[in-house]
Structure formats: structure tokens, C-alpha cells
Design a binder for this molecule. Structure first.
Ligand SMILES: *[C@@H]1O[C@H](CO)[C@@H](O)[C@H](O)[C@H]1NC(C)=O
Ligand SMILES: *[C@@H]1O[C@H](CO)[C@@H](O)[C@H](O)[C@H]1NC(C)=O
Ligand SMILES: *[C@@H]1O[C@H](CO)[C@@H](O)[C@H](O)[C@H]1NC(C)=O
Ligand SMILES: *[C@@H]1O[C@H](CO)[C@@H](O)[C@H](O)[C@H]1NC(C)=O
Ligand SMILES: *[C@@H]1O[C@H](CO)[C@@H](O)[C@H](O)[C@H]1NC(C)=O
Length: 493
């Protein structure tokens, strides 16, 4: 069986490509944290060129963006510009509490721009996903050009306002790349949990799953070891019809496993469950991919403390209890659905297309340094899957050529923040490259914890990360203002 690949979404999902069609992606639930303040914004639409890079296709589409200017200090208060990821922009807007919390301090206007092909920003309306011809304009380059053009347009009305880009996950990659490609448009960027190096030959393909495994290993005695043993136990028990039936009942599956191939889907669903838990291992009760308790991996691991002599049945009973922490924390789920791993929907198909074109992110496991079944990375197998789905093939090295790979020291004013618990830190910038390409590590942080609303349960490391991020923002804004004071209206063309 083929390649495992991983898809970022603000969260992300890792899955077997072969299971892609049925088992799409991360779904995101509402965040319902009680301290969350009410937010208000206005919605606007901007006419964007469908193709920024050729002149034959001259059509336009409406890009959605949200503006909150309650705290904006006229006429030159800064603009914090969220570079939208692969999903509905209102969801990212609602979940990026950090921006809402610092807007007043900075006298800043907040803008959240939707990424083309997601949410309402569809270049060809309902036909946008109909075939590869219509999908042809779904690239990060086009998305960055959308952001740059939109910012230039906003700035024509407020030329003295410095703009800082902010984003998390794929949106964090875009935030960093926006500063790299359009330094005339944004004075600096915060790239939170942005795996800009998760591309071929930049980091080890096994690093991601090693971090997932470490999270489980340190959250409970024998926890990672028992998950490592569970795959063989599943293989053994699923080898008979009665075993399949037992598994289906034990895990309260909505659709019973019938054939051995169902067991393959079942295993990749479990694997994705453990990965998702690693991304959302937050210090407080939260509802990001699913409603979960504080430090959910510790709760999961309470069910997986046995020593190695346990029977396959007892082991898998523990695994089912552990999985139900993720799928049934609220006690309201009637059965577990191996076709989904989180609650609401992102632009799943869009991200699959992006992974199948530019965003080639190799992933592999060895079962030794990680707790998963060994699986090599094969670009060829991945490429074949993509060809089967879209009739196009990925370009393995293009992202590295386009965005500089590890040779980015000529750029400036970018903060890369990463959580030590977040598997995506494997592809992140985790050391200081220069004085102005700064890495901020949050050892107790999962996936972009720093962008979330602050809470009384935040570990000190995320509090100081946010304070440092704010300090860099203030420095960039100061510098931009000094400069424009000297030269007249900087940034105006
Ligand atoms: C975001 O919040 C607004 C206002 O609270 C709400 O109307 C909207 O449904 C939310 N969007 C998502 C995707 O959760
Ligand atoms: C496989 O499962 C059977 C029960 O179905 C059990 O008796 C046996 O010990 C298991 N084999 C291994 C190698 O765990
Ligand atoms: C979920 O939890 C509730 C309450 O404990 C329980 O009644 C229900 O059977 C559980 N659902 C599953 C699928 O295990
Ligand atoms: C399982 O999830 C899939 C994909 O979201 C959905 O189409 C299907 O209806 C779900 N099945 C059940 C029984 O909820
Ligand atoms: C990078 O430099 C900043 C500023 O000196 C410092 O706060 C931060 O800890 C450094 N990051 C790493 C990963 O060493």
C-alpha cells in the first residue's frame, strides 16, 4: 500500500493517499472557549485577477476579506493582515485570538483575507473544482499576489499605515513568503507553526512522526509502546471474520469492518487520530478538531499503561477507550466513523490538489523511532496517486526553487514560532537565522498555540512568546514610521 502523506490544514491530517477519496481531511469544529470575547468585523469583496502571471486570461473573481477597525488609530495606525489558509476565512478570523487581543495595544486595523478557491473566494464559482483546467489557478504564488494586490489597494487609502502579515500553519507559510516576495508591501511577518522546510530533501521524512511519538511517550508510561504494538494486534485480529466483527463492536464503528482492506482504512484512521491529538495537545479544554479535555494525550494515555504481556484483545480494548477520548469526550457520539477524524469542514479537495502540485511534503515512518507501521516515502507512488486523481503530477522541487529552501538569510523581519509538541515543528524554522529572521520556540506548545486566545492556563512559554512577538511588531512599526517620516510616503508606488 502506498504512500502516507500529510495535509496541513490549520490543523492537518495525515492519511494514506489511497484512502483520500473517501476519507478526506481534517474537519474543524467551533472553538467554544468561555473567555473568548465577542468579535465584530465587516465583510468586503475585492475584484482579483484570476491570473496574475499571464495576460490572456483577463477575468476576475471576488475575493472575500474581513475588516475590523474598531481600534484603528487614524491616520497611520498599523494593519495586521491575516494571510488566509485553505478554508473559510471567518473560521480563521474567529480562531486567531492573538490578533484580536493586541489590536488595541497597537491601534491596529485587522484584515483577514480569504485564500482563493476556499470559502466564498471561488474564481469560477461552483465550477472552480470541476476539473484541472479550472483548478489551474490554485497556487500559492497566485494567492500571494492576491494578498499583495489587495494590500496595495487598501494602502492607497491609508498610505502611512505599515502592514504586518500574520498566519498559522499553511497560512503561516504564506505570511513568511509574502514578506519574502513582497517586502515593499509588508514590513514584517509572523509565521506561526509554518513548516516552510517540510519539502523534499530539506528535513528528514520521518521527523514529523517522531515528534508525534515523543508526545505520547512522555504523556504516560508505556503509552507509545502500546500504540506501536497495536498495529500487529489489529493485523492478527482482523485476519478472521469474527475478529473483524469484534473490532467493529469494540470500537463502536458506524460501519462494521467487512474485509481485510477495511482494516487498512481503519489503521490509517487511527494513525490520523494520534496525529491530530499531537497537534491539538493544548493545556486547556478546547474544541479545535474535536471537543477535548485539557492535555488530551495524557487522558488518552491513561488507557494505555499495560506492560507488554497483555493479550491482543486487552490491548485493543485500551486503544478503543483511548480513541473514544478523542471521538466521544462530550459523550454524545453514537458511533465512530472511520471516514472522518474531526468535526467540521475545510477545503479538503483544494489542499489535496495543492499537495499534488507544489506542496509536496514527504512523510515516512520506520516503527522504531516512531510508533507507527513502517512506511517509506516514494515520490513516484505519490505522483501516480495524484495523476490518478487530477491528471496532473506534482513538481517535487518547485517549492524549494520558488521560496528559497534553506537559503533564506537574505530576507528580513520574519518571526517563525513553533511549538515543541507540534509535529509540524519538524519542518519549521527552529533556530535563529539572522537578527531579523527569528525563531521563537514554545516547548509546551502544540500547533500555533500562540495565535489562540490567551487563557489563565497558558504555559509561561507561550506568554513570553506572545510578548516577544508583540515587541517585534512594535519595532517594525516604529522603524517603518521613522522611515516614512524621512522619505515621505513610503510604500506608495
Ligand atoms: C465566526 O464568528 C462569527 C461571529 O461570531 C459567526 O457568525 C461565524 O459563524 C463564525 N464562523 C465560523 C466558521 O465559525
Ligand atoms: C492472535 O490472535 C489470537 C486470537 O484471535 C490469539 O490467540 C493469538 O495469541 C494472537 N497472536 C499473537 C501473535 O498475538
Ligand atoms: C459515548 O459516551 C456516552 C456517555 O458515556 C455513551 O453512552 C456512548 O455509548 C459513547 N459512545 C460510543 C460510540 O462509545
Ligand atoms: C461518516 O463520514 C462520512 C464522511 O464525512 C459521511 O459521508 C457519512 O455519512 C458518515 N457516516 C455516518 C454513519 O455518520
Ligand atoms: C532567537 O533570538 C531571540 C532574540 O535574541 C531569542 O529570544 C530567541 O530565544 C532565539 N531563538 C532561539 C530558538 O534560540
Amino acid at each position: 500500500m502506498a504512500t502516507v502523506t500529510c495535509f496541513i490544514t490549520l490543523s492537518l491530517a495525515c492519511l494514506h493517499v489511497t484512502a483520500l477519496k473517501s476519507q478526506l481531511f481534517t474537519r474543524l469544529g467551533d472553538l467554544s472557549y468561555s473567555s473568548e470575547p465577542p468579535i465584530t468585523y465587516e465583510t468586503f469583496y475585492f475584484n482579483q485577477k484570476i491570473d496574475h502571471f499571464g495576460f490572456l486570461e483577463d477575468g476576475t473573481f471576488k475575493q472575500r476579506y474581513l475588516v475590523a477597525d474598531k481600534h484603528w488609530q487614524q491616520p497611520d495606525g498599523p494593519i495586521l493582515f491575516y494571510t488566509g489558509n485553505e478554508g473559510d476565512i471567518t473560521w480563521f478570523c474567529n480562531n486567531t485570538g492573538f490578533m484580536w487581543e493586541i489590536a488595541e495595544d497597537l491601534g491596529a486595523m485587522l484584515v483577514f483575507a480569504e485564500h482563493r478557491y476556499y470559502g466564498e473566494s471561488l474564481p469560477f464559482g461552483q465550477d472552480s473544482y470541476s476539473d484541472s483546467k479550472h483548478l489551474n489557478y490554485l497556487t500559492s504564488e497566485q494567492a500571494l499576489a492576491d494578498f499583495a494586490v489587495l494590500i496595495q489597494s487598501l494602502k492607497s487609502k491609508m498610505p502611512e499605515s505599515p502592514v504586518i502579515s500574520v498566519g498559522g500553519s499553511y497560512g503561516g507559510m504564506l505570511s513568511a513568503w509574502l514578506r519574502m516576495k513582497y517586502p515593499n508591501v509588508v514590513v514584517g511577518a509572523l509565521a506561526a507553526s509554518a513548516p516552510i522546510w517540510q519539502f523534499p530533501r530539506m528535513v528528514g521524512c520521518g521527523d514529523f512522526y517522531k515528534i508525534v511519538t515523543q508526545d505520547f511517550a512522555k504523556s504516560g508510561q508505556n503509552c507509545a509502546a502500546n500504540i506501536r504494538s497495536s498495529w500487529k494486534a489489529i493485523n492478527n485480529i482482523s485476519s478472521t471474520a469474527s475478529g473483524l466483527q469484534w473490532l467493529s463492536e469494540e470500537f463502536s464503528l458506524c460501519s462494521p469492518l467487512k474485509a481485510k482492506t477495511d482494516a487498512v482504512v481503519f489503521k490509517s484512521w487511527l494513525q490520523e487520530t494520534w496525529v491530530n491529538l499531537a497537534m491539538v495537545d493544548y493545556p486547556y479544554e478546547a474544541s479545535f478538531l474535536q471537543p477535548l479535555p485539557a492535555w488530551p494525550i495524557q487522558v488518552v494515555c491513561k488507557h494505555l499503561t499495560f506492560d507488554s504481556k497483555v493479550s491482543d484483545y486487552d490491548l485493543l480494548h485500551g486503544v478503543s477507550q483511548a480513541a473514544k477520548v478523542y471521538y466521544n469526550y462530550t459523550g454524545s457520539s453514537s458511533c465512530l466513523n472511520t471516514s472522518q477524524t474531526a468535526t467540521s469542514s475545510l477545503g479538503a479537495l483544494g489542499w489535496t490538489y495543492q499537495a499534488c502540485t507544489e506542496m509536496v511534503m514527504p512523510m515516512c515512518t520506520d516503527g522504531v523511532q516512531d510508533m507507527f507501521e513502517p512506511e517509506d516515502w516514494s515520490f513516484q507512488a505519490f505522483s501516480d496517486e495524484c495523476y490518478g486523481m487530477f491528471g496532473i503530477r506534482p513538481r517535487e522541487d518547485w517549492a524549494g526553487t520558488l521560496y528559497g529552501g534553506k537559503d533564506i538569510s537574505s530576507h528580513s523581519n520574519i518571526i517563525f514560532s513553533n511549538g515543541g509538541l507540534d509535529p509540524w515543528s519538524s519542518g519549521g524554522v527552529t533556530y535563529n537565522i539572522t537578527d531579523s529572521l527569528v525563531s521563537i520556540m514554545i516547548p509546551d506548545g502544540a500547533h500555533h498555540l500562540d495565535l489562540r486566545y490567551s487563557t489563565s492556563l497558558d504555559p509561561p512559554s507561550v506568554r513570553s512568546a506572545r510578548a516577544l512577538e508583540l515587541k517585534y511588531f512594535q519595532e517594525w512599526i516604529e522603524k517603518a514610521k521613522t522611515r516614512s517620516g524621512q522619505t515621505g510616503s513610503e510604500n506608495q508606488l
